[in-house]
Design a protein around this ligand. Structure first.
Ligand code: GCV
Length: 666
């Protein structure tokens, strides 16, 4: 086996709890996902408790208890929503209940977590309902086997334009189901020539294998499609979404796709973005494009997911009014309410592109009659590329808790994408994944905490980032208190540390162009991508107020005024919204320039402390994982030093202000 079991590497329970009843399972449910739940149950009980399981199947759906059994049953239960589940010990038996098959599978994985945490099953009394309806993973895998922004090896779905189906794909489906994922897109949103054919006979039967596999784990498969497929495959002269022949081509093609793969979840589209084709070519709107495909998918209950990452990537750096941050709102707000019910807009968490600190996209508070999905990036494109540790759950939680004031006082992003605010069901969260065919799946073993946490957060966003981290450590490494405390502490501090040694106060970028790892302060400053910091001899930052680009006006009140006013703008976003002078005094009492120097020195010191903390775990963590992470810390230290020295030197030379502590700046 050339891959690890990650958080499903079940360890034998060491505690005293009496688990004997787990060897007798009664099943009062049927279906292919139930069969998966049963086999997962057997595996967990066998590997963790060392018990063989005897199964009795009963037709009757009742809650009668037979003492000393585990009873897995479908239940009608008002407290259970969607794929929710209940774990309840009563009358000497343990009940695993759900109203869907997937709910039963999730109940089994929950039980496995409880075993690993050493819980006494007699105390089990819990209900867990998924807060997000769509809990989706996006792969940016290409058919040549590469992964766009992949930092952990090649694709395990594709190699040399062939589709791979093996033990690893099965292991992957298990991993995803165990954290509650119910939708997976297997190919990159940038659909190149060959990937356009995934919806054609060349590949459909092979793609179906994935769909069948995923279905057994309660997961729907989605495909990214090429908006111009009617030209590239269909030999039509156009891809105009209002053209009758184009519509007919998509209807026939999609009918055939669903004939072969009836369970397909739907299509995902990146259009009019970074060179991809789209409706703008024909003078049509984004709604025209999305709705055409939405209507084509509707007869099959398919969903059409349309990305809002549409912006002008041919900007002139001399133009201070055009602002990339404004683009998504500008393109989509006027279309609010015009989208079909099965169309969902997928919106990146921030208005730029997955930086270490950005404000929440104003579209979440803007759209009031449109389905939306929050898109986050589990892959650490701008956050250390899975060499540097950067636990992202605290960031995503901040985003979910942000109050958009969409319809009055209390409408957080979580309320919007969970359907609470608008009463819709086609919504949720999508994460651009961080896995590849490396042995440990994620390059840095610690990066798996982001993938695990992503699923847990979609299901239960009110779990704290620390609770999720602890759970992941227990599942992955050990229940040893020292290991759990230290690894959790490393993870919890890692985002702040990364932010300290990279870009200050929300300014973002300053990365090596294209590659996006390591510093290049002016790498994007005079480029066409719209990603500027505007540093000069007096200060830095982008004026996005009314006087500047006007971006602040895209927020609802009171957010608009809060960001507009430099005195009330959250300090961690100061330079995103405002140009500030180097001698501006921050809340710490330090000047902006001193803050830049200090945080960069602190960031490197903190990496040193994380590294030392990790070394203190030698012998307590499986050796191979210990050594792999140690090597990553060495890379992180080198990177942090490079960032510190380049950023501090740049701003020292730019401002001419000396470090108050006289440290070495070049
Ligand atoms: C898949 C950024 C990334 C691109 C990515 C794009 C997107 O620009 O650098 O690699 O393309 O976002 O989200 O579509």
């Amino acid at each position: 086996m050339n891959f690890s079991k990650a958080w499903l590497a079940y360890r034998r329970a060491e505690h005293e709890a009496d688990y004997k009843i787990c060897s007798a399972l009664i099943v009062r449910a049927k279906g292919k996902v139930v069969e998966t739940a049963i086999s997962e149950y057997k595996q967990a009980v066998n590997e963790i408790l060392g018990l063989e399981v005897e199964i009795t199947r009963e037709e009757e759906l009742s809650c009668t208890a037979l003492p000393n059994h585990v009873i897995m049953e479908m239940a009608e239960d008002d407290e259970l929503k969607g794929d929710g589940y209940r774990l309840l010990f009563k009358e000497q038996s343990l009940f695993l209940m759900a109203s869907t098959e997937s709910g039963l599978l999730y109940a089994v994985f929950e039980l496995a977590r409880q075993f690993q945490k050493g819980i006494d099953i007699k105390t089990l009394k819990m209900v867990s309902n998924p807060v997000m309806n769509l809990r989706m993973i996006n792969h940016w895998d290409n058919m040549d086997g590469s992964i766009e922004r992949g930092y952990s090896g090649g694709s395990f779905f594709f190699e040399d334009y062939n589709i791979i189906y093996n033990e690893r794909t099965k292991a992957y489906a298990r991993l995803m189901a165990s954290i509650g994922i119910n939708a997976i897109v297997i190919n990159n949103v940038n659909v190149h020539e060959r990937e356009s054919y995934l919806i054609m006979d060349e590949y459909l039967e092979s793609v179906k294998q994935y769909s069948d596999l995923f279905n057994c784990y309660g997961i729907k498969l989605y495909l990214c499609i090429n908006f111009a497929a009617s030209i590239e495959i269909g030999n039509l002269p156009v891809a105009d979404p209002l053209d009758k022949d184009v519509i007919k081509w998509w209807e026939e093609t999609t009918k055939h796709v669903y004939d072969v793969i009836p369970e397909l979840g739907g299509y995902v589209v990146k259009a009019d973005s970074e060179g991809r084709p789209g409706p703008f070519t024909y003078g049509r709107t984004q709604a025209d494009g999305a709705n055409m495909l939405g209507k084509v998918l509707a007869p099959y209950s398919g969903l059409l997911i349309w990305r809002c990452f549409v912006y002008n990537c041919g900007q002139d750096w001399r133009d201070r009014k055009t602002d990339r941050a404004k683009a998504a709102y500008d393109y989509f707000m006027d279309l609010d309410g015009l989208f079909e019910d099965n169309v969902i807009l997928q919106i990146k968490n921030g208005p730029m592109d997955f930086q270490i600190r950005e404000p929440v996209s104003p579209l979440f508070g803007g759209l009031k009659k449109t389905n939306s999905i929050l898109e986050v990036q589990i892959a650490q494109e701008y956050t250390g590329q899975q060499k540097d540790v950067c636990y992202l759950i605290p960031m995503w939680q901040e985003i979910l808790k942000f109050n958009t004031y969409a319809l009055g006082n209390d409408n957080t992003v979580q309320d919007i994408v969970s359907g609470k605010t608008l009463g819709n069901i086609n919504c949720g969260i999508a994460g651009v994944t961080n896995v590849g065919n490396d042995y440990n799946w994620t390059g840095n073993d610690l990066a798996a905490a982001n993938l695990y946490g992503f699923g847990r957060l979609c299901f239960s966003p009110d779990m704290s980032a620390e609770e999720i981290a602890r759970e992941w450590v227990i599942m992955t490494f050990s229940g040893d208190k020292k290991v759990v405390d230290i690894v959790t502490a490393i993870l919890m501090g890692s985002r702040d540390t990364y932010e300290k040694y990279t870009t200050p106060l929300g300014i973002g970028w300053m990365v090596t162009p294209h590659y996006h790892y390591g510093p290049d302060i002016e790498g994007y400053e005079y480029e066409r991508w719209g990603t500027y910091h505007r540093a000069d001899r007096d200060g830095l930052g982008v004026d996005r107020t009314k006087e500047g680009t006007g971006y602040t006006m895209q927020y609802n009140e009171p957010n608009a005024s809060m960001f507009e006013n430099i005195e009330t703008c959250p300090e961690e976003l100061l330079l995103f919204f405002h140009y500030a002078r180097y001698d501006r005094v921050l809340s710490s009492g330090k000047t902006l320039i001193q803050h830049i120097y200090d945080t960069h020195f602190e960031g490197v010191e903190e990496v040193g402390k994380m590294q030392a903390a990790w070394k203190s775990l030698e012998g307590r963590i499986p050796d191979d994982a210990y050594v792999r992470v140690l090597k990553r810390f060495e890379m992180q230290m080198k990177n942090a030093i490079e960032w510190r020295d380049r950023v501090n030197t740049y701003f020292y030379r730019m401002s001419g202000v000396k470090d108050a502590k006289n440290r070495e700046i070049f």
